[in-house]
Design a protein around this ligand. Structure first.
Ligand code: NDP
Length: 249
């Protein structure tokens, strides 16, 4: 076998069968991401609070606002699949309202899930990744974290904070074979966007150069690629998947 062929086989072996954990992986974008890794031949675990765990995946009950439940979930995943090599921090919520009507609880609860929740899982995952001397962290942000959005001060703050996490993590752990990147979706068809008022959906549609909303699988494919060996030299990056909505940001 020529050396190039040997290398290709080695790469294929490396890129499948990894222990992958997706938070909030039983619906919407998280489910599509989990399915993409499963199709790739990885061992996929998903955290969930309610609902059904799809066949072929390991479901672990966890709430990202609770560090103990996160620790227990990781311990179970490690026992069944080995240390988490790919972490996708996807769990997220919105609680939209204009600034003057936004209570402190509206603000802090969204930060607690979207930003502190990501911190909790990244911190727990990093222990295993440091030992493995490799790892992929992908944080699901939003175009709103870059562009801002009226009525979403809490959400926008949480989503732009993820960029600070990915870039600082890159500086702390980049030399240990670990990458940390942010994916910033635009408008994706899920329960989260189904809840938006019709006039807001119309406004979004008009401002998206692609002229359409996206399917969750379009985000999942980018996350899967960012987690592959092909993307080993990409870290601290913000990758938009938004049909051009946030161009220049
Ligand atoms: P959904 O509302 O469909 O799903 C949200 C997911 O997050 C669910 O799996 C939910 O779990 C989980 N979750 C929420 N809170 C917690 C918590 N405290 N602990 C654990 N899990 C939790 O949203 P999407 O699929 O649309 O969104 C997924 C991610 O993508 C979010 O971070 C969102 O901000 C981001 N995003 C979405 C966009 C869109 O257009 N849809 C655009 C840009 C970013 P459960 O099922 O148990 O409730």
């Amino acid at each position: 076998m020529r050396w190039q062929e040997e290398e290709i086989v080695a790469n294929e072996q490396e890129q499948t069968g990894r222990s992958v954990l997706v938070t909030g992986g039983t619906r919407g974008i998280g489910l599509a991401i989990a399915q993409a890794f499963l199709a790739n031949g990885d061992k996929v675990a998903v955290t969930y609070r309610s609902g059904e765990v799809p066949e072929g995946m390991l479901g672990v009950k966890a709430d990202v606002t609770d560090a103990e439940s996160i620790d227990a979930a990781f311990t179970e995943v490690e026992a069944q699949h080995g240390p988490v090599e790919v972490l996708v921090a996807n769990a997220g919520v919105t609680k939209d309202t204009l600034l003057l009507r936004m209570s402190e609880e509206d603000f802090t609860s969204v930060i607690d899930t979207n930003l502190t929740g990501a911190f909790r899982v990244v911190k727990r995952a990093s222990k295993g990744m440091i030992r493995l001397k490799k790892g992929r962290v992908v944080l699901i942000s939003s175009v709103v974290g870059l562009l801002g959005s009226a009525g979403q001060i809490n959400y926008a703050a949480s989503k732009s904070g993820l960029i600070g996490i990915a870039r600082s993590l890159t500086r702390e752990l980049g030399s240990r074979g670990i990458t940390a990147n942010v994916v910033a979706p635009g408008y994706i068809d899920t329960d989260m966007t189904a809840a938006l008022p019709e006039d807001m959906k119309k406004q979004y549609m008009q401002s998206i150069p692609a002229g359409r909303f996206a399917d969750p699988s379009e985000v999942a494919n980018v996350v899967r690629w960012l987690s592959s060996d092909e993307a080993a030299y990409i870290s601290g990056a913000v990758i938009p998947v938004d049909g051009g909505l946030g161009m220049g940001h």
